[in-house]
Design a protein around this ligand. Structure first.
Ligand code: CFN
Ligand code: HCA
Length: 539
């Protein structure tokens, strides 16, 4: 079936037409018609216009929920009113193995100081110390992280001083704080940065033990949502690649402490963890490169990139064997599903990396992404490093400079010199190769940053996509318009979607959604309806 689609520039005009002129002007800069050959500038990482309904979350969400959320043996203690803890309790679906030999696991607990009005008035530090003591007495954890919510910043409780005092008092528990009050920054993004800085400062580098293993890597920006990390670990293991640490899906604090002994950092979600990669490269000489395990082709490509970095023939051969073993199952499912999904249209509005990465999986099903955008991505995530040479200069990367604590140059040499990296590049592996969303999207597709609720509704009405991908706040509104919504945050109770097995899971789930006839039975709001009140409603 081929559809005549509206002109993207006309759609853009329609999306902003109803806004007051100043708002329309501002939103206009965040909505661009893509041209991969000449990438247009997109406004990103700026404050949401007050009054507009945004998909975004807060700094606390990015720090406590996203980066530290999947850490299982750090007690994550929220200093603040109970709601901030309660609403972040296990909602992200970051998993641990129920049967794993993992020791301490506090992920299913919800730790909070349960701040009350009296603490807002008289200060909450005493309550915080008591809570740390209580958590220590109950669990004797290796570490406790303290997370500030908005009121803590407003009343001026010094969580870092409390952390230091309690660390000294207890002696055998690493205690550190995160000033990740929700209002710090314009989105989750600032929270990622705060999280990275503190984990780097207080944890990374504490354990110098060489734990052995060959081809040692850290996996950065992989959070084990729906079990994705388990699938990636299975593949790395099969290839003989040693995973030293994962930031932070299926991780332990022991891994973080030892992570500086790896020879390469591979990054899945650059947005949330690029700070850690930069700091580890600066201090310990560990180079980093981007990979993507979302999509079967992307997975194969990523494994090959890792193997080529190590320049080892046996590893390269093993990776080819693994790909050859895994691909037939993927191809046979694509063969079955592709005729049913080919030509269907998708839209993706998610976070800071998945709106790009998941386009790979839709492509494998022959589906086109008409429009996409991040909630809090920065310009580099959209436009790609190659189009912005001074990428390190952005609003919230100032602190990286401060954290360039000099490491012992004798002990930590660059794993590969610039000359060696140059040679690798000549041989076909550019580890600094970096793609954003826009170079990978078609000419004429609409890229929209921090999409508003109103724009979402209009966009759906104008394009009538076959599937819309976003989060829980969008899900049911969109489905009431007769369009299935796939949650790309929580995976709607599904997953894993990473790697080869994950790709198969995704193909099947999408087939079920876009080919279900149930959506045609729903009358969308724009379809003419007349609702008559029944008499007994009017009493
Ligand atoms: S798991 Fe990640 S992949 S970390 Fe980030 S930018 Fe969020 S929690 Mo939701 S699903 Fe999403 Fe990304 Fe990186 Fe998740 S696209 S919004 S802050 N995200
Ligand atoms: C967050 C977490 C979130 C929310 C998902 C959603 C996640 O930003 O606070 O809106 O459905 O992935 O859990 O992004």
């Amino acid at each position: 079936e081929s559809r005549i689609l509206p002109d993207p520039s006309a759609v853009k005009e329609e999306l902003i037409k109803k806004y007051p002129p100043k708002v329309a002007k501002k939103r206009g800069k965040a909505i661009v018609v893509n041209d991969p050959a000449e990438i247009p500038q997109v406004q990103a990482n700026i404050r949401t216009i007050p009054g507009i309904i945004t998909q975004r979350g807060c700094s606390y969400a990015g720090c406590k929920g996203v980066v530290l959320g999947p850490t299982r043996d750090i007690v994550n203690l929220v200093h603040g009113p109970i709601g901030c803890s309660f609403y972040a309790w296990l909602t992200r679906r970051n998993q641990t193995r129920p049967d794993g030999p993992e020791g301490e696991n506090y992920m299913t607990y919800c730790f909070s100081t349960d701040m009350q009005e009296e603490h807002v008035v008289f200060g909450g530090e005493k309550k915080l110390k008591k809570a740390i003591q209580e958590a220590y007495d109950l669990f004797h954890p290796k570490a406790i992280g303290i997370f500030s919510t908005c009121p803590v910043g407003l009343i001026g409780d010094d969580i870092h001083a409390v952390a230091k005092e309690m660390r000294e008092k207890l002696g055998d528990c690493n205690i550190f704080g995160f000033s990740c009050e929700g209002y710090k920054g314009v989105s989750q993004s600032a929270g990622h940065h705060i999280a990275n800085n503190q984990v780097f400062k207080h944890v990374v580098g504490l354990d110098d033990t060489d734990k052995g293993g060959s081809f040692k890597i850290n996996m950065l920006g992989e959070y084990n949502i729906g079990g994705d990390a388990f699938e990636i670990e299975r593949l790395l293991d099969k290839c003989g690649i040693t995973l030293v640490a994962s930031f932070s899906g299926n991780s332990t604090i022991g891994q973080f402490e030892n992570s500086h002994t790896a020879d390469l950092n591979v990054i899945m979600c650059h947005r949330s963890i690029n700070y850690m990669a930069e700091m580890m490269e600066t201090k310990y000489g560990i180079p980093w490169m981007k990979v993507n395990f979302i999509g079967a082709e992307a997975t194969a490509k990523s494994l090959r990139r890792i193997a080529r970095y190590f320049e080892d023939d046996a590893l390269m051969a093993r990776v080819e064997e693994v790909i050859a073993e895994e691909m037939p199952a993927v191809s046979s499912v694509i063969e079955e599903i592709h005729p049913k999904t080919k030509g269907k249209l998708a839209m993706l509005f998610v976070g800071g990396s998945r709106a790009h990465h998941y386009q790979e999986l839709f492509m494998e099903l022959g589906m086109e992404t008409l429009s996409a955008g991040y909630e809090f991505g920065h310009r580099d995530d959209y436009e790609g490093r190659r189009v912005i040479p001074n990428i390190k200069v952005d609003a919230d990367s100032k602190n990286i400079e401060e954290l360039k604590i000099s490491a012992d140059p004798e002990k930590y040499k660059p794993r590969k010199t610039e000359e060696e990296l140059e040679k690798l590049k000549e041989a076909g592996l550019d580890i600094r190769d970096y793609d954003g969303m826009m170079p990978d999207m078609k000419k004429g597709s609409l890229v929209i940053d921090d999409i508003s609720h109103y724009e979402t509704e209009k966009l759906i009405e104008l394009y009538k996509p076959d599937i819309f991908c976003a989060g829980i706040k969008e899900k049911y509104v969109v489905q009431k318009m007769g369009v299935p919504l796939k949650q790309l945050h929580s995976y709607d109770y599904g997953g894993p979607y990473a790697g080869f097995t994950g790709a198969i899971n995704f193909y099947r789930d999408i087939d079920r959604m876009v080919n279900s006839r149930v959506w045609k039975l729903i009358q969308a709001p724009w379809e003419e309806t007349s609702i008559e009140l029944e008499a007994d409603y009017v009493t």
